[in-house]
Design a protein around this ligand. Structure first.
Ligand code: ATP
Ligand code: MG
Ligand code: MG
Ligand code: MG
Length: 472
């Protein structure tokens, strides 16, 4: 069967090897020595220092298939999962890199050759659109004159600060670090799907899907926003494996590709249901990947930092299972089908399978103790509220504090009914609890005499990370 995800991953690497790129393994999801980053969110992360000229390598061209997680930090797609056809919390980013070697021209030409030449993916050119940075006339000329893309298919986009979904053609890894103008390739999945071209108000739909982003790395952004030039103009590209697989497999959404249909079939079997179209199944299939890969790379569920993000993802998945009728542990059972699907490409999954299963099972069992009760409380709080209403911050805090519902979990549930949460009020309760905890700490109490009292779990995750300079 042609164009399995695994074949596309390999074709990408082979193509760039044929263009003198050195294949480099994916780095860990836990960024190496980079406190500014929550999780690895792009292929370029492991080359950050090389772009900055601080870590020379013995090659100037590289190709990777990088594990990425976008469930927090500057790039956060957690809330898109189950809602769009194209976002995952964990995905594989195929990327080619030039460290002061080729720049705009070859960067663009390689992309076009791989996507459209008969020898490689042979994608229909008439379905492709490109965006460029608004003032990048050089990129315009390469697309237009060298490649032959008509000017009406080349869209100029600026840097849209603030708007979460607005396209933005100035790519930055985080608040600081390597960055530069970019050019992106979009694929038109057809007029029967809702959505507009990038740069239009309908751009967030799933009709025109961004498949490949090519960043012309030129600057190092400083904390105060100043852009300092990099030692050498470089190229950093990223293409989502799942998105390109969807195109090559003739389906619209990422969740319809081989990899995901197998996982969703497994989830349906474990949960003993048959409706394949439920968005909760997508969420479960998505989250088992993020969770398993994070644990394989050494993150464990906890109340702070990375571990808390992991815990939140697990709890969301467990809640979706509950919604589909799961009455006992189920989520850890998804690890085996995941290993079957991805264990060859990522042996760490196979090696750590039992560690992953045990960690998830333990976490599920713990949450199961309060989930049903919390859901009952929430149901009664939601009684009488309707689409457009707001749940009180006090209720959300009680769910958090007593039943272990992270705020985003509660929000994931209320969103299904179009109900928002009073986050200001929630924050006030959180703050008050922190102060109480701090005051309590001032007294010299022998806690060993009161060990039967459960210590309140104070959520300090974000604060801690912020103090460490991590953007969450
Ligand atoms: P989008 O605008 O669709 O959210 P992006 O511009 O945030 O994507 P980039 O940071 O440019 O994405 O990442 C490079 C490529 O990685 C994208 O072109 C896309 O193919 C893929 N990608 C990005 N985010 C995701 C995700 N959450 N799930 C799957 N693939 C993704
Ligand atoms: Mg995005
Ligand atoms: Mg984009
Ligand atoms: Mg992009």
């Amino acid at each position: 069967q042609p164009f399995r995800s695994a074949d596309i991953r390999q074709a990408f690497i082979d193509f760039f090897i044929s263009k003198q790129h050195t294949p480099v393994s994916s780095s860990s999801l836990i960024p190496h020595n980079d406190p500014t980053l929550l999780f690895t969110n792009a292929g370029m992360n492991q080359f950050k220092e090389t772009f900055l000229g601080m870590e020379p390598r013995d090659y100037t061209r590289a190709v990777t298939s990088q594990k990425c997680v976008r469930a927090g930090g500057k790039h956060n797609d957690l809330d898109n999962v189950g809602y769009t056809a194209r976002h995952h919390t964990f995905f594989e980013m195929l990327g080619n890199f030039s460290f002061g070697d080729y720049f705009k021209q070859a960067g663009i030409e390689y992309i076009w050759e791989f996507l459209t030449s008969d020898k490689w993916l042979a994608i229909d050119k008439d379905r492709l659109y490109v965006t460029i940075y608004e003032t990048d006339d050089e990129a315009f000329d390469i697309w237009n004159k060298n490649i032959g893309i008509p000017s009406e298919r080349i869209i100029r986009i600026g840097d849209n600060k603030g708007a979460p979904y607005a396209s933005d053609n100035f790519w930055t890894m985080g608040d600081t670090g390597p960055c530069g103008p970019c050019t992106e390739v979009f694929y038109d999945h057809g007029a029967d799907i809702e959505g507009g071209l990038p740069g239009t108000p309908e751009e967030d739909g799933d009709r025109y899907i961004e498949i490949w982003n090519c960043v012309f790395m030129q600057f190092n952004r400083q904390k105060d926003g100043t852009l300092l030039p990099l030692p050498a103009p470089s190229v950093d590209t990223g293409m989502g494996l799942e998105r390109i697989s969807a195109i090559m497999q003739g389906v619209h959404g990422n969740y319809e590709i081989d990899l995901f249909t197998h996982l969703m079939d497994a989830a349906a079997e474990i949960l003993e249901i048959d409706n394949e179209q439920q968005s909760s199944l997508k969420v479960i299939a998505d989250h088992i990947r993020a969770v398993s890969f994070l644990i394989a790379d050494g993150v464990m569920p906890s109340n702070e930092g990375r571990g808390y993000v992991l815990r939140r993802v697990i709890r969301r998945a467990v809640r979706h299972g509950n919604k589909l009728g799961a009455d006992s542990d189920f989520f850890y059972k998804m690890v085996a089908p995941l290993v079957a699907e991805m264990g060859t490409a990522y042996p760490e999954l196979k090696d750590k399978q039992s560690v992953i299963e045990n960690a998830i099972q333990k976490e599920e069992a713990q949450f199961a103790k309060t989930l049903a009760q919390g859901l009952r409380l929430l149901a009664s709080e939601l009684e009488g509220l309707q689409d457009g209403d707001t749940l009180s911050g006090e209720a959300a805090f009680k769910l958090y504090d007593t039943y272990g519902f992270p705020l985003d979990l509660t929000a994931d549930i209320t969103r299904e009914r179009g109900i928002a949460i009073d986050e200001t009020e929630f924050d006030e309760h959180m703050q008050a609890q922190r102060e109480r905890a701090r005051d309590a700490g001032k007294f010299d109490v022998d806690y060993s005499s009161v060990i039967q009292v459960e210590t309140p779990t104070t959520f300090i995750g974000y604060e801690q990370l912020e103090e460490d300079g991590v953007t969450v």
